[in-house]
Design a protein around this ligand. Structure first.
Ligand SMILES: [Zn+2]
Length: 497
């Protein structure tokens, strides 16, 4: 049965029932990275947020078409209309072709996303491959009288748009008069007619490496035009969901909406979703504070902010423990406690795999019955309520407690009963792995080898070869595996390093 999903629509500033434009198909566009440096934990948060949204909509029976772009041209420093192109600047610093920079960081972004178990998009367009499409949108806006050419650049006429439509600020809530007061102090001589006008096309100086022919001379597209052109090309004039980090609301998404209003008569997307930002040890992440954590450093243990590596799934778990619209703080302490939580969850999946169902028809304990039914229901209720993964995880932990009680013989398989067992088996791994994407590929492969080492451990124990017993125990512990000895048996768990 299709779930009734309610989501927070940024443009309406309230939660709404999700009703797709087409009955079965859902179009989602998410702003991808500007590929001039390695991906960091902020990129991970946005990717994980939309990955769960896509996975959940898939689970609800929608056929999701997901587009995520790579910005390889036109994104200038400080998100402004003047300044250096971020990719071109990096290329100049390294004396290589800008496309080499873009390709290097596209490759590393894909690798990081794969490690985080992010489903790949259906289409991953690179902005530089769609110059004609961006020129076409710019020409269309000029022909409708809402953009003007100045010295080879083209600017969107925000004053005219705001006077006629009154909707500049519809998404971000920014007030144009207040913005003007803020900008007046900063603005020097500008070729724009109005302070809030933004570039659809920029003239290129001869030294500028990436430039293309246009009706206005040699130049390159403005950053805000790229996502309008790509969203329209692959999803149409109005699609279901446009997503991105909250830092993109203004000016990027506000400017996308203004262009789309003129070009297509729509807000581009019916629902706008924004994930909140990441703090590092209670401070905004920034290069100047030297608290930037790249994903590669986090996974390899080479970050200056952390003392050791953390697995990609631990970061995924930590991010899912907070609702996507709240800020999240990443620190060594937070990662360590997420690690404990994550392994608890994965150990409970291991317990579930190893349980044999009982064949009697004894009725299960009423109390256990309620815990299981209510918590599975509440997992779906939480996800239906604006994709609340934090609440969903809390319900999963209530079920994991029962599985642990079973493993520790505090309750018996008869107390649990076959119906409950079937309910858990049908839903529990599905929610953890398929919806939350907490799939421990690396651990699954490891499991066979650990089982084999455990046979050697038990053999050594039976032979009273205690040197060998200690050797295996200590080495497994260093790999994050904890051996548990009982009177007549031994087993193992994923545990803290
Ligand atoms: Zn964008």
């Amino acid at each position: 049965m299709r779930q009734q999903v309610h989501l927070y629509n940024s443009i309406k500033r309230k939660k709404e029932l999700f009703e797709s434009i087409n009955d079965k198909r859902v179009g989602i566009y998410v702003c991808g990275p500007t590929v001039y440096g390695p991906a960091h934990v902020g990129h991970a948060r946005s990717a994980i947020t939309f990955d769960v949204i896509i996975r959940y909509l898939n689970c609800c029976g929608y056929n999701v078409k997901f587009i995520r772009n790579y910005t390889d041209v036109g994104h200038l420093e400080h998100d402004a209309d003047d300044g250096d192109d971020k990719v071109a600047k990096q290329a100049r610093n390294e004396h290589v072709d800008p496309m080499e920079i873009a390709q290097r960081y596209i490759n590393s972004y894909r690798r990081d996303m794969q490690l985080l178990n992010i489903l790949p998009p259906n289409i991953e367009p690179q902005a530089s491959g769609y110059i004609q499409e961006q020129i076409a949108i710019t020409e269309d806006i000029i022909s409708k009288g809402f953009a003007y050419e100045r010295n080879g650049s083209v600017y969107f006429d925000v004053r005219k748009y705001h006077n006629e439509y009154g909707t500049y600020g519809i998404l971000s809530g920014r007030n144009i008069d207040e913005l003007q007061q803020e900008t007046r102090r900063l603005n020097n001589q500008s070729e724009k007619n109005y302070f809030a006008d933004f570039a659809l096309w920029k003239v290129a100086t001869p030294q500028h490496i990436m430039q293309w022919k246009s009706p206005w001379g040699m130049g390159f597209p403005g950053w805000h035009t790229e996502c309008v052109a790509l969203g329209y090309k692959y999803l149409g004039k109005l699609f279901d969901i446009h997503g991105g980090g909250i830092d993109l609301k203004f000016p990027h998404h506000e400017c996308e909406i203004a262009q789309s209003q003129i070009a297509f008569g729509s807000n581009l997307a019916k629902y706008w979703i924004h994930n909140n930002l990441v703090n590092i040890r209670d401070q905004k992440m920034s290069k100047s504070l030297n608290n930037f954590i790249t994903l590669q450093d986090l996974f390899d243990g080479t970050s200056t902010v952390l003392s050791r590596p953390f697995a990609p799934m631990v970061l995924r778990f930590l991010i899912l423990q907070t609702h996507y619209r709240s800020t999240i703080d990443i620190s060594e302490t937070a990662l360590k406690s997420a690690e404990i939580g994550y392994y608890k969850l994965i150990n409970s999946l291991k317990i579930l795999e190893e349980i044999q169902s009982c064949d009697d028809n004894k009725t299960s304990e009423q109390e256990i019955n309620e815990i299981i039914t209510n918590n599975i229901e509440s997992c779906f209720e939480s996800l239906n309520d604006d994709f609340n993964t934090a609440k969903c995880l809390a319900s999963l932990f209530d079920i994991s407690k029962i599985l642990n009680d079973l493993a520790n013989s505090k309750i018996s398989i008869h107390d649990l009963g076959n119906n409950n067992m079937s309910l858990i088996k049908a839903n529990y791994p599905f929610i953890i792995k398929e919806i939350l994407g907490l799939d421990a590929h690396d651990l699954v492969r490891q499991k066979e080898y650990i089982d084999l080492i455990m046979k050697l451990y038990i053999q050594a124990k039976n032979d009273k070869n205690y040197n060998q017993v200690d050797f295996i125990r200590n080495n497994l512990r260093m790999m994050g595996i904890k051996i548990c000895d009982y009177k007549n048996s031994s087993s193992w768990n994923y545990g803290e390093k």
